[in-house]
Design a protein around this ligand. Structure first.
Ligand code: CO
Length: 255
């Protein structure tokens, strides 16, 4: 069932989304060679609580930490550890924050120091694929329109699309209907309506799309060992289009 959020629920989801944006922005300055992913997780957790939010991933189906930290060939769901980040790594930080029972969810891939041109290419085009998908959002559009836009963009840039994992509706629960695949056919799937909230989240690989799950039962890695990037926004469907509830707070700086 796809839920339609009331005005009050939308206000709470905006707050949750803002906390996600602020936590990403807060962490950004710590993403440097030498810091461990566990240290990043602890910083995030304290900050989230200081904002009045709850780190929803912690304890979700047994996931142990507040952040998912996925380095290089880890696609998603990397578990923070004592491993130190190194110059040239890329790391995806994915987090879900609950506020008064409503969730916000966003993932960004970050460069650690100076990275290779191929990693820059992967990051740039995965982020652009996310916005190509989001651009399709408006009442009456089909979920498949988002999927098809992401697929065609990823294919144009010869990136491997992770097919086993997808975006999702969000609200009281981190994962609600509908599923938002990163490949698909225009004009298919449920229609979007004003008041729905969905997460769009392409996971793209520099190599092939094949992945496997590690023995920790969480970390998803590429089979060919090549790097993977992941960008995700929580997006509200509005009367005329959409509003991103997890905007990047550093966008001006980066332009
Ligand atoms: Co998500």
């Amino acid at each position: 069932m796809i839920t339609i959020k009331s005005d009050r629920e939308i206000e709470l989801m905006k707050e949750a989304g803002k906390m996600v944006s602020m936590t990403h922005q807060y962490l950004k300055k710590y993403i440097k060679p030498g810091i461990t992913t566990k240290e990043l997780d602890q910083l995030a957790e304290q900050y989230i609580y200081s904002l009045g939010g709850v780190p929803t991933c912690k304890g979700y189906e047994g996931f142990p930490t507040s952040l998912c930290t996925s380095v290089n060939d880890t696609v998603v769901h990397g578990i923070p550890s004592d491993d130190k980040l190194k110059e040239g790594d890329i790391i995806t930080i994915d987090m879900v924050i609950g506020y008064k029972g409503y969730q916000g969810d966003a993932a960004w891939t970050y460069a650690v120091g100076k990275i290779s041109d191929e990693k820059k290419y992967l990051m740039e085009h995965t982020e652009k694929a996310l916005y190509e998908g989001i651009k399709m959002i408006k009442p009456g559009a089909h979920v498949g329109d988002i999927s098809a836009a992401i697929e065609s963009y990823a294919k144009k840039y010869h990136l491997g699309i992770v097919e086993e994992l997808c975006g999702h509706g969000i609200g009281r629960e981190m994962h609600e209907d509908p599923e938002v695949a990163n490949y698909g056919i225009r004009g298919t799937g449920p229609r979007l309506k004003e008041g729905m909230v969905i997460c769009v989240e392409p996971m793209l690989n520099l190599g092939t799309s094949a992945i496997h799950v590690l023995d920790d039962n969480w970390s998803v890695k590429t089979n060919d060992g090549k790097p993977s990037a992941h960008y995700e926004h929580t997006v509200l469907i509005t009367k005329d289009g959409y509003t991103i509830l997890t905007p990047r707070l550093d966008e001006e700086e980066e332009c």
